[in-house]
Design a protein around this ligand. Structure first.
Ligand code: FAD
Ligand code: UDP
Length: 364
């Protein structure tokens, strides 16, 4: 069968690979001029490997997903660390015992740290919003110092207007573990994400056509048996029920010619200062040796490429309408962060793509 796949990111590329492995033919279209979707990395004009669409750190608890990607890349072990700046001081983030001790001049042990959180938390019977999540775990002062303004900046919304899952991505710790993630597998593709995607898509039965918007391509009355969409679901249906809101970012990349290292960790978050949310220095992530360095600042915006689905009840209601149409489709599959309107990490998209292929192959 002939498959048309929209998008050459994680979802589209993995679906493409698995379908050709099952004997089908695939054409992948992407409107951008490169593969790898938002995980795209590239050497900047000075030879520093950067992530064009912001920092991408791979982490998963799934052995199946890690092994799957290991067919296409070797890995460089990497554990991401983040600091959050409050009143000019940088503290470990997510909040752990060291954060408490440094911030308040305390000397708590693990048990005392747990007691501290118990004392300051504002218990919520129903944890519905991101505000509830944070107040319920660490109380108002830490909420206001680390979460409130970051969230307002990142989403243009108050944490009370966002579903619990957004802030629930961030743990709170009574130990001194200062890693951003605690997943079993934490690593970066040894030669970068784009190189990994080249390997995923390297197959005689996969054809990739870049710089092509599928809406234009379809106008030519093209033939295919089944379409897999990893672009926005509302766009697919010409926004007939209205636009699903997405949060966008403007990435300000900067090359620092005279600086070997800009900051002590991969990412520093600025919850209360500046219009950007965070600064990432790529050399920490990639392990690249280079006499100079490159950083990126992320400025949240309303307009621009759709990077984040916005988890709110009203958006879920609109999504449901589109999903009802999608469920009726016999020859169209929707998968990925944009097509499912889900705040997925990369590993979750890999899992969703593998499941989507299983479903397609069951039916064919
Ligand atoms: P995408 O990568 O968005 O791919 C969809 C593709 O479809 C795009 O290439 C797009 O150009 C194409 N497309 C859309 N519309 C059309 C059209 N009309 N015609 C043709 N092509 C079209 N995840 C992690 O696990 N760890 C991280 O550290 C991490 N950091 C992130 C940081 C940022 C700033 C962002 C925005 C995301 C981050 N993610 C991270 C999430 C990660 O980027 C996604 O989970 C993953 O890339 C989604 O893959 P996808 O294939 O669903 O979508
Ligand atoms: N967050 C925050 N302060 C921080 C970091 C995160 O308030 O210093 C909140 C914010 O709402 C953010 C969410 O937690 O959108 C998830 O953070 P994460 O770092 O997982 O976001 P991503 O990397 O997906 O942008």
């Amino acid at each position: 069968m002939k498959f048309l796949i929209i998008g050459a990111g994680f979802a589209g590329s993995i679906v493409a690979r698995e379908l050709v492995e099952a004997g089908h033919q695939v054409l992948v279209l992407d409107k951008r001029n490169h593969i790898a979707g938002n995980a795209y990395d590239v050497k900047d004009e000075h030879g520093v490997l950067i992530h064009q669409y912001g920092p991408h750190i791979f982490h998963t608890n799934s052995e199946r997903i890690f092994n799957y990607l290991s067919k296409f890349t070797e890995w460089r072990p990497y554990e991401h660390r983040v600091l959050g700046v409050v009143d000019g001081q940088a503290y470990p983030f997510p909040i752990n015992r060291d954060t408490l001790n440094q911030l308040y001049g305390l000397d708590l042990n693990e048990e005392q740290a747990a007691e501290y959180f118990e004392k300051v938390r504002e218990p919520k019977e129903h944890v519905k919003s991101s505000e509830d999540v944070v107040l319920n775990t660490v109380g108002r002062d830490l909420y206001e110092k680390f979460f409130l303004n970051y969230t307002k900046k990142q989403w243009g919304l108050d944490p009370s207007e966002l579903k619990a899952g957004v802030a629930a991505r961030i743990p709170t710790r009574t130990n001194t573990d200062d890693r951003y993630f605690t997943d079993t597998y934490q690593a970066m593709p040894l030669h970068g994400y784009t190189a990994m995607f080249e390997n995923i898509l390297k197959h005689p039965k996969i054809q990739v056509q870049l710089a092509t918007d599928y809406k234009d391509w379809l106008k030519q009355d093209r033939q295919y048996d089944h379409l897999v969409c990893t672009g926005c679901i509302d766009e697919f249906y010409d926004y007939k029920f209205g636009k699903l809101p997405y949060r966008s970012l403007r990435f300000e990349h900067e090359y620092l010619a005279d600086t070997e290292h800009y900051q002590s960790v991969g990412t520093i978050n600025y919850p209360n200062d500046y219009e950007f949310t965070r600064i990432t220095e790529f050399k920490h992530l990639t392990g690249q040796q280079h006499p100079a360095t490159s950083i990126v600042r992320e400025y949240p915006t309303t307009e621009g490429d759709p990077y984040y689905p916005i988890p709110r009840d009203e958006n879920e209601a609109l999504l449901k309408k589109y999903k009802a149409l999608a469920d009726e489709e016999q020859n169209v599959t929707f998968v990925g962060r944009l097509a499912e309107y889900r705040y997925y990490n990369m590993d979750q998209v890999v899992g969703a793509a593998l499941n989507a292929v299983d479903k397609i192959l069951e039916k064919k």
